[in-house]
Design a protein around this ligand. Structure first.
Ligand code: NDP
Length: 327
């Protein structure tokens, strides 16, 4: 039996946090045999709400949950963290310029990166969910020089899952028939869901749908699904975002299946023309607790144009946070 794993969740009193914590505590993040210690980080005004969630966690009497600690100090909350889920972020509000958004998030992710560097466990794995996720991950990573860069990742698994679901419904196949789907680039409206390497029952997906559907329905539906959910539900997606965070970490720790891959935003090594160091979504496999970018895929002109556009946006975000002195 494995010893307990310490999982830190930031923004723990928020909507995603509420959907996430109970699944972590019930063993879905790491596996049904792995005991968990939860550490919750919140801003001071939200500490009381976090305490309410902790009371509900206690009331579940989860067999795997060994402790829940709450703090508004990153140096306390990340102490000994093996897994860090950075969910809390400053959302874009009406009339807010991109520079203001990046600066506000720099104020959150810089101290969190420093704290992770100082007090997290040596094997810490970091997933950034809070938007703009890729660039927030870059900021945190820049302030954690003693942690290998590859341990900082951002979430595109929800986009990946959304794309699988859309494709399965179009082709009237179960989601399990779909393999090797890729989300490339930024977790933003420029993201590119790639069906040219995706296999459906062993055959290439792009050849089973017409180009107009792929271009004018599939790609925009996946990219704008978050807005469609807000429109329908009157609130942002939360349970599906939490589910994707669980999937991301579970895959990272437990590996991808033979003959399949997933999507995650990880620091680029220069593969596929993505500038080294940018935290961009790629097709990735996971083994022994490490993600690797799937190599050698042929990228046609259609895909190239879309990957380049999303990666260019990531480059602009990086330049902006550099300009603000955040990295
Ligand atoms: P949510 O829990 O709904 O969302 C949290 C973050 O996840 C947002 O940045 C949101 O981005 C992002 N996100 C990424 N993918 C998705 C997705 N598919 N659907 C929805 N959201 C997604 O926000 P709440 O406002 O309910 O809660 C945030 C909590 O974080 C609050 O309790 C706040 O106090 C806390 N917080 C904590 C901080 C800290 O610990 N230091 C710092 C800042 C906030 P987007 O806004 O673009 O949807």
């Amino acid at each position: 039996v494995q010893g307990p794993v310490t999982v830190t969740v930031t923004g723990a009193a928020g909507q995603i946090g509420y959907a996430l914590l109970f699944r972590i505590a019930s063993g879905h993040l790491l596996g049904p045999d792995v005991p968990v210690k939860l550490r919750l980080l919140e801003i001071t005004p939200a500490l009381k709400a976090a305490e309410g969630t902790a009371m509900e966690l206690a009331d579940c009497a989860f067999p795997l949950l060994q402790s829940v600690d709450i703090s508004d100090d990153p140096r306390v909350a990340f102490d000994g963290a093996n897994v860090a889920l950075l969910v809390g972020a400053r959302p874009r509000t009406k009339g807010m310029e991109r520079g203001d958004l990046l600066e506000a998030n720099g104020g959150i992710f810089k101290p969190q990166g420093e704290a992770i560097n100082a007090v997290a466990a040596d094997d810490v794995k970091v997933l950034v969910v809070g938007n703009p996720a890729n660039t927030n991950a870059l900021i945190a990573q820049a302030h954690a020089p003693d942690v290998p860069a590859e341990r900082f990742t951002a979430m595109t698994r929800l986009d990946h899952n959304r794309a699988i679901s859309q494709l399965a419904s179009k082709l009237e196949v179960p989601v399990t028939a779909i393999k090797k789907l890729t989300i490339w680039g930024n977790h933003s409206a420029t993201q590119y869901p790639d069906l040219f390497h995706t296999e459906v029952n062993g055959k290439i997906a792009a050849e089973q749908v017409d180009e107009a559907w792929l271009k004018d329905t599939f790609i925009p539906t996946v990219a704008k699904r978050g807005a469609a959910i807000i429109e329908a539900r009157g609130a942002s997606s939360a349970a599906s975002a939490a589910n994707a965070a669980i999937d991301h970490v579970f895959t990272w720790v437990n590996g991808t299946a033979e003959g399949d891959w997933t999507s995650a935003a990880i620091p680029s090594d220069g593969s596929y023309g993505v500038p080294e160091g940018l935290i961009s979504s790629f097709p990735v496999t996971a083994k022994d607790g490490k993600f690797s970018i799937v190599q050698g895929l042929e990228i046609d002109a259609f895909s190239r144009e879309r990957i380049d556009a999303s990666v260019a946006e990531l480059g602009e975000e990086r330049d902006a946070v550099r300009g603000l002195g955040l990295i």
